[in-house]
Design a protein around this ligand. Sequence first.
Ligand code: GLY
Length: 366
Amino acid sequence: MNEIVRVPLGARGYDIHIGSGLIDRAGTLIAPLLGASGAVVVTDESVASLHLDRLSASLDQAGIAHRTIVLPPGEASKGLETLGRLLDDLLGAGLERSTAVIAFGGGVIGDLAGFAAAVALRGIPFIQVPTTLLAQVDSALGGKTGINSRHGKNLIGAFHQPRLVVSDVDLLDSLPVRQRRAGYAEVVKYGLIDRPDFFTWLEQEGAALLAGDSERLIRAIRTSCEAKAAIVAADEREAGARALLNLGHTFGHALEAETGFGDTLLHGEAVAIGMVMAFDLSVRLGLCPAADADRVRRHLAAVGLPVAPPRECRRPDALMAHMARDKKVADGRITFVLARGIGKAFVARDIDAAAAAAILAEAAAA
Ligand code: GLY
């Protein structure tokens, strides 16, 4: 089964291919988009050891001249130092305007290689071949690229849309189950934003999907990509509706910051807790039925995601301080994505900080 979702952005529009065994067909899918100067594959050591041979063979078969740059894995690579080395490597070997960067990895590689492609020679084409669930449903599409600064995550970046996304669900088999679950939180997010029927389907099928059922995975990734593509098409540069994609992220980023963006809490786990808090806040403000917040909490817990902050990041004052520094703060007000129910999310910029602090205090006391 090979599904195609279009991101309809006019001349910058592109297809997302989702299927099983696609890595072996990646060369055939990519070749029509390339010029004579070929491609540079940017990947990390973990992905390279598992899957690079197959991608390289597929590019060779399609006659795509390419070389590979392998970076250290992990969030530490998403900084100015690695970006500098990557750009040096890219430019050192005679990059041309038509040379494409193929980002082959998870969110770190996609964001970093995409940003390098955005700024090298003022922009060269890039293609995403995401290898994690989180990247296949979120970070590989939509064109946000960037790196971290010592002042915060993703503070240096550019919008640069890929020319193609190739998502092979078979690559998810080698992902640790914790990583798969963390990516699943972003899948649930789309149901909660504006696809209530999808959320109902996930309540029934989520466990099987997480156990590795390809058909269900492909359907979930396709629906997630359709949901994100529609929002990105309406608001590519996050002037309005795209902020809906930050559901769970205001609380979530504060929790991640408090744990030092380490292994205590993966991004998707922080988003899961953040979505529960966003629904709790919506209930507290009289906007959302308590039964809907219960469903969100129950489903996330049922698939093994955390729904309350770990003991070491329960200090409400510290979390409020992180939120006040979030890059989504506008005119001194914290932006929240709240909900009037499942599938009825909206962006709220005038929320009383005391109500958010009360949710954090409740979580700390639980
Ligand atoms: N991950 C949120 C966005 O792409 O806007």
